[in-house]
Design a protein around this ligand. Structure first.
Ligand code: ATP
Length: 208
């Protein structure tokens, strides 16, 4: 099991200066007046895991994830969020008992992802985190109204969450990739059949 230990934000949404939120044992509650940035913290968690939809992040564009400036502070050119987890012994992605995932975004729109400090592509992060319950559409982040959506959702939507929890998402993804490869191989075989019959035809006429 992965245990969230720390969330670090810098230049992300309303968090202009670097902020570190530590999750000690038990339950951690975040309390504050309306508009102080509580939901921005949960946005940060899904964002670092690869959220691509600005709307899901309650923003118009992905650039809105970077601090946009205030009366006293200039806008920043880069936003960064880091999540630090404690891992169980033997966990494949562990680095000295921890796993650190981070994402940076620049005003150019470019995003950079890191796993344990090493640059990595978003697809690789998604593949590696499959079945851990972590991910943009996984069940580890239940935002406002999500329980209602799960209860009123279609059985297929509920099935996706259950499959993730049961640890079979990775195998379904592999099955899909294998299916595509099989289709490609079948197409190649057909093409080979065509070539073989063409050569046989040529051979026959040469023999004659
Ligand atoms: P509520 O209790 O009303 O749900 P909240 O505490 O969850 O509020 P958030 O919705 O997380 O608050 O934060 C909203 C605040 O974040 C607003 O003041 C908004 O101006 C600020 N904000 C959002 N994006 C940016 C940005 N890119 N740059 C600066 N400030 C931002």
């Amino acid at each position: 099991m992965l245990k969230l230990e720390r969330l670090e934000l810098s230049g992300f949404k309303s968090f202009v200066d670097p902020v570190e939120v530590r999750f000690a044992g038990g339950i951690t509650g975040i309390v504050g007046p309306n508009g102080c940035g509580k939901s921005n913290l949960s946005d940060a968690i899904t964002w670092v895991l690869g959220e691509q939809s600005a709307k899901s992040m309650r923003a118009d564009t992905m650039e809105d994830e970077i601090f946009n400036g205030s009366e006293k502070r200039k806008p920043l050119g880069m936003g960064e969020v880091t999540l630090c987890f404690r891992t169980e012994p033997g966990f494949a992605l562990s680095d000295d008992g921890h796993m650190v995932v981070s994402r940076r975004v620049f005003r150019t729109g470019e995003s950079q992802y890191r796993l344990n400090g090493k640059l990595i592509r978003l697809k690789e992060i998604k593949d590696l985190l499959m079945d851990t319950g972590l991910g943009v559409r996984a069940y580890s982040v239940i935002e406002q109204g999500k329980i209602g959506l799960i209860l009123s959702g279609k059985p297929q939507e509920r099935r996706r969450l259950i499959e993730e929890a049961a640890g079979i998402t990775r195998y379904k993804a592999r099955k899909k990739i294998a299916g595509v490869k099989l289709e490609e191989a079948t197409a190649n075989l057909l093409r080979l059949d065509d070539i073989v019959s063409e050569i046989e035809r040529n051979l026959r006429s040469l023999k004659r």
